[in-house]
Design a protein around this ligand. Structure first.
Ligand SMILES: [Zn+2]
Length: 246
């Protein structure tokens, strides 16, 4: 073979190998009941296509959705990692309830319910927000399963539940940092739009358009101080708590 062709062939083969999704079985002891489960773990994947506006990844990562939740075959604990112990009694109670149904969608729904119970039981607000976030992302994944099955009404229902969780995360982060978490807000915007809640989607989009970053507010403060010919000391406290834009 012409050496040029050999190199080209090697490059193509390598590209193919590097870009493939690899999965492997792994043994995991259930954090709730101790049962040993064999789960499928994604070793590597790629995103050759652009993600959707709700951040659903493009292919090939898009097709790893089914591996993003695991169910214990004995106690039906569902989570991204069932090796993690449920933290609260509320979560254990949620696990003790019967499965809402069979299949991937219900594994995401159940994982969301368990995580929502954890969030509501969490003492620390940051921890609660993180758990509401995970619950929301699990519900969004349930909506994606419905999208793939062509069940748009059901998908909209999960998106509305997801929006309720994401709103809690945004409220916490906004209070914490004094700034609208714009990435989250844009994701929520798309979740609302795709559930048919155009009014809320528009409000979110407008809030992002109007949101000022900390840097923008510092620059505005500096311009104002220059205008007033002030040379005195000022601190970040003056710009840390903006009025949220509706
Ligand atoms: Zn179990």
């Amino acid at each position: 073979m012409d050496p040029k062709h050999t190199i080209l062939a090697a490059a193509l083969l390598t590209a193919g190998t590097l870009s493939a999704t690899t999965i492997r079985p792994e043994k995991v002891k259930c954090g709730n009941c101790g049962e040993e489960n064999t789960v499928t773990v994604v070793g590597s994947t790629n995103q050759m296509q652009a993600p959707d506006l709700d951040l659903r990844p493009g292919e090939m990562m898009r097709s790893t959705l089914r591996y993003q939740v695991t169910e214990c075959k004995k106690c039906h604990y569902c989570a991204e990692d069932i090796g993690e112990k449920p933290e609260s009694e509320a979560a254990k109670k949620a696990i003790a309830r019967p499965m809402p149904g069979k299949g991937l969608k219900f594994r995401f729904v159940r994982a969301a319910e368990i995580m929502r119970a954890e969030a509501e039981a969490a003492g620390d607000k940051r921890d609660a927000a993180k758990k509401h976030c995970i619950a929301g992302l699990m519900l969004l994944r349930a909506a994606w399963v419905c999208d793939d099955e062509g069940k748009s009404d059901e998908a909209a229902g999960y998106r509305r539940q997801c929006a309720a969780e994401l709103e809690k995360v945004i409220a916490f982060k906004e209070k914490q940092d004094g700034e609208l978490p714009r990435g989250f807000a844009l994701m929520l915007c798309d979740v609302c739009r795709r559930s048919g809640d155009f009014a809320k989607a528009e409000r979110m989009a407008r809030r992002v358009l109007n949101a000022k970053t900390r840097e923008q507010r510092i620059a505005e403060l500096q311009l104002e101080l220059c205008r007033q010919k002030k040379t005195d000391r000022h601190t970040l406290n003056e710009i840390s708590k903006p009025t949220p834009k509706k």
